[in-house]
Design a protein around this ligand. Structure first.
Ligand SMILES: C[S@@+](CC[C@H](N)C(=O)[O-])C[C@H]1O[C@@H](n2cnc3c(N)ncnc32)[C@H](O)[C@@H]1O
Length: 448
């Protein structure tokens, strides 16, 4: 996953010793066994392949890693679950490999992107709809008597310039007007979601938020140059580009047996799936302390109507890795009973009791999450988790080791192997230590 701009001070074993690094350009053959404790560097070729690039998403998988794990640990026609699917990389890869992809995420933007990324729409219908939409936007913008509906949300006029607000609202209203003509038509409901994801994908770009920061923040020093009309241009370019990507997916899907994915509503801790029903679970959980997903997507959520005008904190508590915790929860040091974690909690507590509790809560939530995966997996099946390490208040948190301890000592998984997956941004050809990040991949197995 590309965490290059988000995680502070990751532990990086390969940096210290790169002699045994296995370097792979593009796809990794599923018959290859990455050695236990081995280190692999995948140079990604496919970050924007088909619909993979439809929307940015923090800490998104590069497709090659889940593709390898899907091909290695599941068979055609089997069920592959990502319980924290984010933008749906695993779900799309499962579909492209003729597995039944199941994606769950608590974040509404994540769910919408995953749906759009994996829903095939007839290319001709989609192109005509896109042309119709751009004509309507043009007409609306030329009609100065008509006022679009600009949503109310906190600090709206700080986040956006007034002409950008009007332009986004014109696009939004034009989408809604077009959709109202095709109510109760399921293909048009898919087209509507596609338009909404395209709109969402440009919102950060045209806002005043710092483009170099994963979190959505305003910085006095960062003054973006956005001119009247830019929003329409960006939207239209993205719209037709993504129509082409979806047309390519549609073409490839003709060779696939299974074209439907499942996106049940639930959470990673309560999936609602049957016992012993899943052949492979594969995910990358949020990093502790690294990405605040609701905050990162707040502008998109306000525009798409997912938040109303209420405070963000209400939704934040349900995310694994949340930073929204209450004072009375960390008055005392919380201990977990895990050998590796407790000394870490203690050390962080001395300088920052709140952060110590955030770390404690993350692993408590992950314990429940591991138990849920143990319940839904078929005996003998695997749960692959890609997780990075953090430096919190100067204390190294080896999430891979702590999760391994919880999974094996408390839940009943066997730890089959672990390896370190190093990733570089695709446009940097020569690995430079300071730009390389990575994560540990744990391959857990539910015993027969
Ligand atoms: C690292 S991201 C996953 C990115 C994904 N692998 C991709 O390729 O786009 C972690 C995801 O976990 C989700 N998440 C956090 N808490 C969750 C919960 N309780 N249930 C389900 N998903 C959750 C977040 O919304 C976020 O989308």
């Amino acid at each position: 996953m590309d965490m290059s701009s988000t995680v502070d001070g990751l532990d990086d074993p390969v940096q210290r010793d790169s002699s045994d690094l296995i370097e792979v350009d593009g796809d990794l053959d599923p018959s290859f066994d990455i050695p236990n404790q081995g280190k692999i560097l995948i140079i990604s070729r496919d970050q924007s392949y088909l619909t993979h690039g439809v929307h940015k998403f923090p800490a998104k998988f590069f497709p090659e890693l889940p593709r390898y794990l899907i091909r290695k640990y599941s068979k055609t026609g089997e069920f592959v679950l990502d319980p924290m699917c984010g933008s749906g990389t695993v779900v799309l890869e499962a579909m492209l490999n003729d597995r039944i992809g199941i994606g769950i995420d608590i974040d509404p933007i994540a769910r919408l992107i995953t749906k759009v990324k994996t829903t095939i729409i007839d290319p001709e219908t989609l192109n005509l709809a896109a042309l119709d939409l751009t004509t309507r936007i043009q007409e609306f913008k030329n009609n100065s008597d008509q006022n679009p509906l600009i949503p109310e949300f906190p600090y709206r006029d700080n986040w956006f310039r007034s002409f950008v607000l009007r332009e986004l609202a014109i696009i939004n209203d034009s989408i809604n007007n077009l959709l109202s003509k095709h109510q109760n038509d399921s293909e048009w409901s898919d087209i509507g979601d596609f338009f909404r994801v395209v709109l969402s994908s440009i919102i950060r770009d045209v806002s005043n938020a710092d483009p170099h920061c994963t979190r959505t923040v305003l910085r006095k020093k960062v003054v973006k140059s956005i001119s009247p009309g830019d929003t329409y241009v960006k939207f239209s370019q993205k719209l037709f580009h993504q129509c082409d990507s979806l047309a390519e997916l549609s073409e490839i899907s003709k060779t696939l047996e299974l074209k439907k994915v499942r996106l049940p509503v639930g959470s990673a801790i309560e999936t609602g799936l049957d016992n012993d029903s899943i052949d492979l679970a594969l995910t990358s959980p949020p990093y502790i302390n690294a990405v605040d997903y609701p905050r990162t997507h707040q502008l998109e959520m306000y525009w798409l109507g997912f938040l109303g005008d209420g405070p963000l904190s209400r939704v934040k508590r349900e995310y694994i890795g949340t930073e929204t915790v209450y004072k009375d929860e960390y008055i005392d040091l919380k201990t977990s009973g895990y050998e590796i974690l407790d000394p870490i909690l203690e050390k962080i507590y001395t300088s920052d009791p709140r952060r110590s509790f955030i770390v404690f809560k993350f692993f408590e939530d992950m314990k429940q999450q591991l138990a849920e995966m143990f319940r839904v997996l078929k005996p003998g099946s695997r749960y692959c988790i890609a997780i990075g390490n953090n430096l919190i208040r100067g204390v190294e948190v080896r999430s891979d080791e702590i999760l391994s301890e919880i999974a094996t000592s408390k839940i009943g998984f066997e730890l089959e192997r672990t390896f370190f997956s190093k990733l570089i941004r695709h446009f940097i050809r020569i690995p430079r230590p300071e730009r390389m990040m990575g994560e540990w991949v744990l391959v857990l197995r539910k015993p027969d």
